[in-house]
Design a protein around this ligand. Structure first.
Ligand code: 6LW
Length: 545
């Protein structure tokens, strides 16, 4: 049996939503306080994904400044109707829905419209286009009665992009006890099927369902709920927290779900919530997830369209340029089948170009702070006052850590004017939970590389090594045990090891919140303005076996 490797989008890609137009699949995920917002991915086989663009590429009414890394843009839904793509999502502040908005595009590669705010309470908005041409927005909120949460619905006027008519309360969930969220509606043989997530996005996460003959309800709980969960599985199960699913039909009549899940090691995970692909069959009772195994698996049978298209360049398949994984078709060098296509690996020299789509900044554009080097290769990063711990826009770009075993390196030159200035490599989980390996100077202005950790407002310097000329290779290597930081003078033969930080330090369980680790490049004057800049000659990310 031909298989692919889950997750199909490794690293921090939470809350997936998917739609199909003809032969093409499109997928969006949450982006939180990372900017640009809402990455859009494309695939023709459901297994290999390539990022096309982002939905939110201009700072506008959805300011992310001041927000915790795990607030910001939550749980988008993507749908296509009558030649137009629609994305609905919510800007969250203090872990609560603040502005729900809709964005449209003729081409999913953009341009996307400016966001139009909708009068919608709560989070996790979703759109459903009925056969009669009417469009409905469903979302979740605190329950008006009973509770704790409920799914509700209103009609969306597509011409005015305005919610109209009464609010219909659809359902309070099958499992109760925790918010019902992430609603998505599908119509099959005249029946409206509502699926949702329950139990919270952690260990009790699950997919539950209800159905109705009328779009606005009442919805009756599917007694098989939860239809998919790993909440009952033991610590040896490699995938946990499974839930927040969206379904898509393939052109050849299969149905697949994308769902989020995490891969903990000894109870903690660092890569964030990743996208897993799960087979679904429709029965008279509704959708059956993973009909053969009842679980989300690391190795799963290939969708039939992927088998048919093996050897087809796919436009997105392995080996057609940046954004591709190490894949070469079957067996990508890391897994045991197709997959891992969205892992971006290799050395990047930023030849006169801004960092690619897999790089993000925090809370806003940093085009005025990070730019292609004036001297050919590399990037220049300005020393700005904002430290990485600020909730502003630090001079930082980061990319997802996509493998537990990885090696990231950067070649940097930086002449710090004083010990407050630093530039280097960051392992960034949250603005209050990160480590930096930085070029700076000591009190006597002698260049050095320093390893510092920050947690809960406290910064601790772990180690420092002299670097004779203010130019160094900085390296971090991660595995199941920890992250080991090393530095070296470019002309020296040997690396100096600074320290190993235990892996759980960077975990979501330790930091809280909803995101996974990003590996970043940054410069800061730690509160003081500076006029210097750091030069990044290259950055490299490689998975390890
Ligand atoms: C998402 C919601 C959730 O909107 O976390 O707990 C939120 N579940 O479905 C952020 O990913």
């Amino acid at each position: 049996m031909l298989t692919f490797r889950n997750p199909v989008l490794p690293g921090c890609h939470p809350d997936p939503s998917i739609c199909r137009v003809g032969e093409d699949f499109y997928l969006v995920t949450s982006s939180f306080a990372y900017y640009p917002g809402i990455p859009v991915f494309h695939s023709r086989n459901l297994v290999d994904w390539r990022q096309l663009t982002h939905v939110l590429t201009r700072p506008g009414p959805l300011s992310l400044e001041g927000l915790d890394v795990s607030d910001g843009i939550w749980a988008p839904t993507i749908r296509h109707h009558d030649g137009t793509f629609y994305v609905v999502s919510t800007l969250a502040r203090n872990r609560q829905g603040s502005i729900t908005f809709i964005v449209t595009a003729d081409d999913p590669a953009g341009p996307w419209s400016d966001p139009v705010p909708l009068e919608a309470e709560g989070i996790d908005p979703s759109l459903f286009f009925d056969d009669d041409g009417r469009c409905w927005l469903a979302a979740c909120r605190d329950a008006v009665e009973g509770g704790p949460g409920e799914l509700w619905m209103r009609e969306l006027d597509l011409d005015r992009l305005k919610l109209i008519g009464p609010t219909h309360v659809l359902w309070q969930g099958a499992v109760r006890g925790a918010w019902v969220e992430a609603p998505h509606l599908y119509k099959r043989d005249g029946v409206y099927h509502l699926i949702a997530a329950e139990g919270g996005t952690e260990g009790n996460h699950s997919v539950t369902a209800a159905r109705s003959d009328v779009v606005t309800g009442p919805y009756v709980t599917d007694p098989r709920s939860p239809l998919l969960t790993h909440r009952h599985r033991g610590p040896d199960e490699p995938i946990h927290n499974v839930g927040h699913a969206d379904l898509v039909d393939t052109p050849d009549g299969e149905t697949w779900a994308v769902t989020l899940g995490v891969r903990p090691i000894e109870g903690t995970h660092t890569l964030g919530r990743e996208v897993f692909l799960v087979p679904v069959v429709w029965t008279a009772h509704g959708p059956v997830f993973a009909p053969e195994s009842g679980e989300v698996r690391l190795s799963e049978r290939l969708p039939s369209i992927a088998s048919e298209r093996l050897g087809d360049p796919l436009g997105d398949g392995p080996g057609d340029g940046p954004g591709d994984g190490p894949g070469d078709g079957l067996g990508d060098g890391l897994g045991d089948g197709l997959g891992d296509g969205a892992a971006v690996v290799g050395r990047e020299c930023f030849d006169g170009q801004l960092p690619g789509l897999h790089w993000s900044s925090l809370r806003g554009p940093i085009g005025d702070r990070v730019r292609p080097s004036a001297h050919g290769q590399g990037l220049e990063i300005d020393v700005v006052p904002e430290p990485l711990s600020s909730t502003g826009v630090p001079a930082f770009i980061g990319r997802r850590q996509q493998h537990v075993r990885f090696h990231a390196q950067a070649h940097l030159s930086f002449a710090a004017a004083d010990p407050s200035q630093e530039a280097g490599l960051a392992v960034f989980q949250h603005q209050d939970q990160y480590a930096t390996l930085a070029l700076t100077v000591d009190g006597d202005r002698r260049p050095q590389a320093t390893l510092t950790v920050r947690e809960s407002g406290v910064e601790t310097s772990l180690a420092a090594v002299p670097i004779p000329v203010g130019e160094a290779l900085l390296s971090v290597e991660g595995d199941e045990a920890g992250y080991t930081f090393r530095a070296k003078d470019p002309d020296a033969d040997h690396w100096t090891s600074l320290a190993t930080i235990e892996r759980s330090f960077f975990s979501t369980e330790r930091a809280g919140g909803f995101v996974g680790v990003h590996l970043g490049l940054y410069a800061t004057g730690n509160g003081r303005p500076g006029d210097g800049c750091a030069h990044v000659h290259w950055f490299e990310y490689q998975p390890h076996r």
